[in-house]
Design a protein around this ligand. Structure first.
Ligand SMILES: Cc1cc2nc3c(=O)[nH]c(=O)nc-3n(C[C@H](O)[C@H](O)[C@H](O)COP(=O)(O)O)c2cc1C
Length: 456
């Protein structure tokens, strides 16, 4: 039987700079709520599993200064607060999953557990949290007036954050705690609502998540950030992970995440590995390649360098263009995925890294050609990497509709897509009907209260 893949839709990763692309179909006016509602409705009509909204407080800086190109060209600069969109999108759709990004560096567990629980109620169980330690952390740290925390400490903090969040979600309210007996005037059973006492390395608390359990209890947990520490966090807690690289790197990353998950007592297929890629569809391969080249022409080297600085804090234009990134520059405490990706014996030169970022940004090579060619490439990618699906970034010229109208039908014809999204919740869309809650193999399940369980 053909493996059924998951399809998540990126908000148009280049929403921030697609405003200047000629001939686009979308009008990606990201300050207009109607744009987002329309996009969510189209994702739902096409049968996508979820819409993904990226977010970060960071923007491109070098040292302590904003890079002017970021402002001038809107390179990872202006955006809106994605979390604010979710209620509106949930109310405009019925089945579509909605995944948003919140960094564990910025908002504390009492804030985000309440937010996601509320949104899980409002969406009837369709929300997911993309757990990140955050891109452009140097800028974010300056913004919040905090020192830049060393990279691996940020991941240790993320683990503490997720542990505490899971305690709030899974450990506060026992099943049956909510009574809502209006006649008797009883809201909930105090013996079944538990205080969380947590004294971790980064977060301490004594308190209760006051919002009662939502359909998924814990939102579906995503993770992005493929550094070694990031993959380890994914292996411990994530139910789905976003990865972007070329096939051999992806295959190694996916194998590593699955092996680590098994090491943590989880099943290898408890994590859906989703490849983030750009899709450019046309009537012929030549046409698609020409359009891709034309799009690259619009991106200057300064733009590419600014994008790279956003993810890594490294100024490529200050380095020797004909040598690989030197070890001294590769030590930074910003994100590490896009540093580690370009190290090693076959490391490209700085010039090649710049060209790669110009052409593809953080994504791997695009999937391009006719719908049939793209489906061939997608199938080959799944076979080569053991991935479970895609996070699709449609090219800004064609927009989402070209992907929905031409590529999705071809994937469906080949039996790669689910006929219908199973279940009502996002977790069921990804794992099958009936799996509304975290499985027992997930560490969060250990925080559930029952007579037999020790206090959290
Ligand atoms: C498809 C995809 C989407 C991502 N979305 C976000 C995002 O919305 N916000 C964010 O801070 N990081 C996001 N990341 C992760 C960052 O690229 C970055 O790697 C991470 O935040 C820092 O972790 P690292 O040190 O492990 O690289 C995304 C990564 C991928 C592959």
């Amino acid at each position: 039987m053909t493996k059924k893949i998951a399809i998540g839709m990126f908000q148009t990763g280049r929403v921030r700079d697609s405003w200047k692309m000629p001939g686009r179909q979308d009008d990606p006016n990201f300050t207009d709520l109607g744009y987002w509602i329309d996009l969510a409705r189209r994702c739902e009509a096409a049968g996508a599993d979820f819409l993904f909204l990226a977010d970060s407080y960071g923007y491109p800086t070098l040292g302590d200064a904003i890079i002017p190109t970021a402002i001038e060209r809107n390179v990872q600069f202006s955006t809106v607060d994605a979390q604010m969109l979710v209620s509106a999108l949930a109310s405009a759709t019925e089945r579509l999953g909605i995944v948003t990004t919140v960094s564990t560096q910025v908002e504390a567990p009492p804030v985000i557990t309440r937010q996601y629980r509320t949104l899980d109620h409002f969406s009837n169980g369709r929300v997911g949290w993309n757990i990140v330690t955050g891109s452009a952390q140097a800028a974010s740290a300056l913004l919040f007036g905090e020192p830049l925390m060393p990279h691996d400490d940020r991941y240790a903090k993320a683990a503490d954050h997720v542990e505490l969040s899971l305690k709030f979600w899974e450990g506060c309210w026992e099943d049956g705690a909510l009574i809502r007996d209006g006649a008797a005037g009883i809201w909930a059973d105090p013996s079944k609502v538990h205080e969380i006492v947590h004294d971790g390395p980064f977060f301490s608390t004594r308190g209760v998540l006051v919002t009662p359990p939502s359909p998924q209890v814990t939102p579906t947990l995503f993770q992005a950030g493929a550094s070694t520490a990031g993959r380890d966090l994914a292996a411990r807690y994530a139910e789905a992970v976003f990865l972007a690289a070329e096939a051999p790197t992806l295959a190694a990353q996916i194998a590593d995440i699955r092996a680590r998950a098994v090491g943590y007592g989880r099943a290898a297929d408890d994590i859906k590995c989703l490849i983030a890629g750009t899709f450019r569809v046309a009537d012929s391969r030549d046409e698609a390649e020409a359009a891709h080249r034309a799009a690259i022409e619009q991106i200057s080297l300064e733009h590419a360098a600014t994008l790279y600085a956003y993810f890594t804090g490294i100024d490529l234009l200050s380095l020797d263009l004909d040598r690989p990134i030197p070890a001294s520059a590769a030590q930074g405490d910003n994100g590490r995925t896009n540093i580690e990706r370009f190290l090693g014996p076959d490391a490209p030169t700085v010039r090649e890294v710049l060209e790669e970022f110009r052409a593809n940004g953080v994504m791997g090579k695009p999937f391009l050609g006719t719908p049939g060619e793209i489906a061939d490439q997608a199938e080959a990618m799944i076979a080569a990497t053991d991935a479970d699906g895609f996070l699709v970034q449609p090219d800004p010229d064609g927009g989402h509709d070209l992907f929905f109208g031409r590529v999705m039908p071809e994937l469906r014809r080949r039996g790669l897509l689910k006929d219908e999204l199973p279940g009502a919740t996002l977790r069921e869309h990804l794992f099958g009907e009936g799996r509304r809650r975290l499985p027992d193999t997930h560490p969060g399940a250990a925080f559930r209260r029952s007579a037999a369980r020790v206090p959290v």
